[in-house]
Design a binder for this molecule. Structure first.
Ligand code: NAP
Length: 545
């Protein structure tokens, strides 16, 4: 491993790193580790004060991963995998953050990062074939290659509502939660947003607050998360199964070990269908979104799952109007990221909780004392935005990112993100984007996805270094073909029907295009491997002059 101490900032103007990694979440930590292990001189930069990425910022009450802990963890080191003890089936945010701190310590990664500085610019210098990266602290760093491990759900979306800055009470966003926590005792709390974050936070806030008003613009489907502690026996058994489980995940569509029901929903009778749906509902979480192989591609099949989920809401919520309001009316189930909750729908049976349906009474303004809608004024002490992210592209388009010939990423992606293999962009040589648009990303287990991409990228950098290649850049036609393929595969599904963040539809003015690659993680891995085996087809490799 490269154990060279970091240069001081004063030295930075002259030193050229092999690799800069931006972000210290799952992908960035592994990016730094893998690059260092390959003997490359690597520097990491992170906006937060500590490692963790998503799990550093999203500390809102109830934050918990919807992928099982034993799958949502690194596989690259057998000792790490065997020694870490997950206490629950679905890990909560603090436990995942502890895990990432442990990984950083174990592999001496934190010392390779500069923390508390946000990258604000990245310019490709054609003369030297290097990237010049600037931070909000005024530091500049130069490297031959750059990996953006900035996350696909990190650019915070705070809606532009009339009076948004006027509220005099406490203002919070789920993705920028204070490290010291928040007390809701004695408070009248309002939550705007009912996606995965809002749905997880609402039950916990309701238990503490004097009153909770949930402002819902679009109802979402949510499936209970069957969380429970993992016993020592269970952990031992899982350890024994790990090699086979991982081997399956590496080539599975979602990088998790679960298969859909072996028959299509439309091939079987009602009794068999209901039994399969019930089993999957009990298995819990996002898996319900793909109970049957035809559920996400055939509307009639999807309708069976949708009606089943709706019946659950009717059974859980006492007030019929509230139940009706909590049921989505505008998208097939699963075509927006299905949420997972612990007691979300039941929360609306509490006396201190009310639902405001913004489709019936839209917000007209935020005032100094609360929220005014077309029908009423809601007085609040605390306002929580659970309004999500400028997903998949926001982390890049919000900075001053310029490739060859000074082309800005915002220009290049104006008609939607164009990528080759979801990792590289024509006109942006020697730059890699992790879990970005055009990759399976959020449709797969993000940890194994990060490992696959990091390994592929580091192999490419090592190969370039060994062979005197100064620049690697995808051809325009290979990126066009890949991006068309991403769209074609999405068009065989129901996903483009929803106004989701997958489609960029949550951000006003953003091009409406399905961004993740839905062809399956295993297929994606095979295609990346093939490109590598064929000496990087689709790329232009330019030797040092
Ligand atoms: P989100 O799914 O985009 O939800 C944002 C919510 O805010 C939506 O209900 C949206 O309504 C609402 N909203 C936005 N602007 C609004 C406005 N101007 N007025 C009223 N409502 C507004 O964001 P998220 O909940 O943070 O989740 C994003 C993704 O992060 C998830 O889909 C998931 O992939 C990931 N995540 C995962 C977990 C987990 O593992 N359990 C937890 C949290 C997040 P509209 O739908 O009408 O736009």
């Amino acid at each position: 491993m490269n154990t060279q101490p970091l240069p001081s900032v004063a030295d930075e103007a002259d030193s050229i790193h092999d690799v800069l990694v931006i972000g210290a979440g799952f992908a960035g930590l592994y990016g730094v580790h893998r690059a260092a292990k390959a003997g490359l001189d690597v520097l990491g930069i992170e906006a937060g004060e500590d490692v963790g990425g998503t799990w550093y910022w999203n500390r809102y009450p109830g934050a918990r991963c919807d992928v099982e802990s034993i799958d949502y963890s690194y596989s690259f080191d057998a000792d790490l995998q065997d020694s870490w003890v997950w206490t629950e089936r679905y890990a909560a945010q603090p436990e995942i953050l502890s895990y990432l701190r442990h990984v950083a310590e174990r592999f001496e990664l934190a010392e390779r990062f500069r923390f508390s500085q946000r990258v604000v610019s990245a310019h490709f210098d054609e003369e030297s074939a290097t990237w010049l990266i600037g931070t909000d602290r005024g530091e500049q760093h130069r490297a031959r290659f750059v990996m953006f491990a900035t996350g696909c759900l990190s650019a915070v979306n705070k809606p532009d509502i009339l009076g948004v800055d006027d509220f005099a009470g406490e203002v919070l966003h789920t993705a920028q939660w204070p490290a010291d926590g928040v007390s809701f005792t004695g408070k009248r709390v309002g939550v705007i947003g009912t996606g995965s974050s809002g749905i997880q936070a609402v039950p916990i806030i309701a238990e503490e607050a004097t009153s909770l008003t949930v402002f819902q613009r679009t109802a979402n489907y949510s499936v209970p998360m069957p969380n429970r502690p993992l016993s020592a026996e269970e952990r031992q058994q899982l350890r024994e199964e790990y090699p086979a489980r991982r081997a399956k995940c590496y080539y599975a569509p979602s990088a998790t070990p679960y298969d859909s029901y072996p028959k299509a929903a439309l091939e079987i009778d009602e009794d068999e269908r209901i039994a399969a749906l019930e089993a999957r509902w009990r298995a819990g979480g996002v898996l319900f979104g793909k109970t049957f192989p035809d559920q996400n591609s055939v509307l009639a099949a999807n309708d069976h799952a949708r009606r089943f989920a709706e019946a659950k809401v009717w059974a859980l919520v006492t007030d019929p109007q509230t139940a009706a309001d909590l049921i989505p009316v505008d998208h097939p189930i699963g075509s927006k990221r299905i949420c997972t909750d612990i007691g979300y729908f039941e929360t609306f049976n509490r006396d201190n909780v009310r639902l405001v349906n913004l489709r019936r009474e839209p917000i007209t303004a935020i005032t100094s004392t609360g929220i005014t809608t077309t029908d009423a004024s809601y007085e609040l002490d605390t306002l929580v935005y659970a309004t999500g992210f400028d997903a998949m592209t926001g982390a890049l388009t919000r900075i001053d990112l310029r490739g060859a010939r000074g082309k800005h990423i915002r220009e290049v992606w104006a008609e939607g993100p164009i990528t080759y293999l979801g990792m590289t962009i024509p006109g942006f040589p020697n730059m890699f984007n992790l879990s970005g648009p055009g990759s399976p990303s959020v449709l797969a287990n993000m940890v194994l996805h990060a490992e696959q991409q990091v390994e592929w990228i580091v192999d490419l950098i090592v190969s370039c270094t060994a062979n005197g290649i100064a620049e690697v850049e995808p051809r325009q036609d290979s990126a066009r073909n890949w991006t068309d393929h991403v769209t074609e595969v999405a068009d065989t599904t129901l996903f483009p029907q929803a106004n989701s963040w997958y489609m960029g539809a949550n951000i006003p003015g953003k091009k409406r295009v399905f961004m993740p690659y839905i062809g399956g993680f295993g297929n994606y891995r095979r295609m990346c491997d093939q490109v590598q085996a064929d000496s990087y087809t689709g790329f232009v490799l330019t030797e040092r002059s």
